[in-house]
Design a protein around this ligand. Structure first.
Ligand code: HEM
Length: 454
């Protein structure tokens, strides 16, 4: 006898033309968090009229959605459709065989020996950034960290062969595009076709971003190809399917993908670590004591990355409390089994790391920033409950790079300066294309050494 799976509930409040846009647009995070409290492992919401989006809430089902054996029947879904509008077909927007080929092309730049080589460059970039900050200066910490991450990425993976000015120009337009994408995911598609300022702004910024990258690639074509870096790789590789070199458009797509994926997330994590340390002198003192003990007076090097367990727990706790992902999607290409449910082709699936990592059933007192919850044996988690890098075939390709960059940057910054918050200042997470801090203005202060000197 086959047992029918329970019906999948529909979240209350959907309107005919708008779906759940009215609940999502003002601030999607409380709405998505409320779904976890009110409904079971799967709940249906409407982002696009007549399209089902199932929010997957149960850790085991989320894991199943991300990993084999069901993953081959899944495309990347709504979030990545929006990203494709900006990026074209790249490793992050495509699925299946095409994804496998693209991922293999990029993989060598993220291997362990490469990352070992990058650490000295990352440290030098961070030193240069810190040199530019003046005591007493108020800075927007996330914006500053975006610049730093972008510098670290261009100097490592791209061997400093991309025009720095072109990349700075990119930032402003990318910020507009990423904010618009955040909104466009929540709005039904018909709104995107209206002659609204929001749509004009998005189209203009997207076209400017692509034009800047195309210009940079055209220039590279005329320069020496063989710097042994990611660009050399992209310029010389042959498309497995066509046997032809990659087109400029394909190269632009991959560069832009790395420029985005490699800065949005890392910069946000750096900013939240700096913020939490400013609020928690005890945690900050512990981090500094560890840095002092392990590094003494010498600069951080690749060999230290695995020797700073407390700093690693601080980063892990930020990846839990303030994860950047709020609507990671997939779409069924064929009838697909997920747990006890059989989903028809064309069903959108989504999960929210931000809400998952704040679920009190998984993480006691979830809003408390507590790096020690990650001490060995302190907490037993079911598989799929903590997914900072995702899982399966699309797991973050830059996880090792990111950890090296975060630890190197923090070990360098924290020993030279501290960032202070104004009394009573708090910063809330806001969801755009990714979840990031709202305005995070902080004041730079020179760090006093243990001997009391500045
Ligand atoms: C703290 C920093 C980072 C976090 C939290 C993060 C998180 C993630 C997550 C959760 C995914 C999986 C998305 C999915 O399931 O569809 C992902 C994919 C990806 N990430 Fe990261 N990431 C970080 C840093 C980086 C860096 C530094 C790079 C490159 C320089 C990078 C490049 C990518 C790429 C290319 C993908 C797509 C992989 C694929 O689909 O095969 N990420 N990242």
């Amino acid at each position: 006898m086959t047992v029918e799976p329970p019906p999948i509930p529909r979240a209350a409040g959907s309107l005919p033309l708008f779906g759940h846009a009215l609940q999502l647009v003002p601030d999607p995070l409380p709405f998505i968090a409320s779904l976890r409290r009110r409904y079971g492992p799967l709940v249906e919401i409407t982002l696009q009229p007549r399209t089902r989006t199932l929010v997957v809430q149960d850790p085991a089902l989320i894991r199943a959605m991300l990993t084999d054996p069901i993953a081959p029947t899944l495309d990347k879904g709504r979030f990545f459709d929006e990203m494709r509008d900006l990026l074209g077909d790249s490793v992050v927007t495509v699925a299946g065989e095409e994804h496998r080929r693209k991922r293999l092309q990029l993989q060598p730049a993220f291997a362990r020996p490469e990352v070992a080589r990058y650490v000295d460059i990352m440290r030098a970039e961070t030193e240069a950034a810190v040199d530019g900050w003046q005591p007493g200066q108020r800075i927007d910490v996330r914006e500053t960290m975006i610049h730093l991450s972008l510098d670290m990425l261009t100097k490592t993976v791209f061997s400093d062969r991309l025009d720095g000015d072109a990349f700075s120009q990119l930032r402003q337009n990318l910020a507009v595009v990423m904010d618009s994408i955040g909104l466009r995911i929540m709005l039904p598609d018909w709104v995107k076709r209206l002659p609204l300022p929001l749509n004009f702004r998005f189209n203009r910024a997207r076209d400017a971003v692509r034009a800047t990258i195309s210009g940079a690639v055209a220039e590279l074509r005329t320069s020496d190809h063989d710097a042994g870096d990611m660009l050399a790789l992209l310029l010389t590789v042959q498309d497995e399917k066509t046997g032809l070199p990659l087109t400029d458009q394909q190269i632009c797509s991959e560069i832009l993908t790395l420029a985005l994926a490699g800065t949005e997330n890392s910069a946000t994590v750096l900013a939240w670590v700096i913020y939490e340390l400013a609020r928690r002198p005890d945690v900050e003192a512990h981090v500094l004591a560890e840095l002092n003990e392990v590094l003494g007076d010498r600069p951080v090097a690749f060999g230290d990355i695995a020797r700073l367990p407390y700093l690693e727990r601080v980063i892990k706790e930020v990846l839990r409390l303030n994860h950047t992902g709020w609507l990671v999607t997939r779409r069924t290409l064929t009838e697909t089994k997920l747990g006890q449910w059989t989903l028809p082709a064309g069903t959108d699936l989504a999960y929210c790391q931000h809400a998952l990592h704040r679920d009190p059933a998984l993480f006691p007192e979830p809003l408390r920033f507590d790096p020690d919850r990650w001490l060995d044996g302190t907490q037993e988690l079911p598989q799929g409950a903590f997914l900072p890098w995702g899982a399966g075939k699309h797991r973050c390709i830059g996880d090792r790079f990111a950890m090296a960059e975060l630890i190197t940057a923090l070990a360098t910054i924290l020993r030279r300066v501290r960032f202070a918050l104004a009394p009573g200042q708090t910063v809330r997470p806001v969801a755009r294309a990714t979840v990031r801090p709202g305005k995070m203005q902080m004041t730079v202060q020179a760090r006093r050494t243990s001997a009391g000197h500045e």
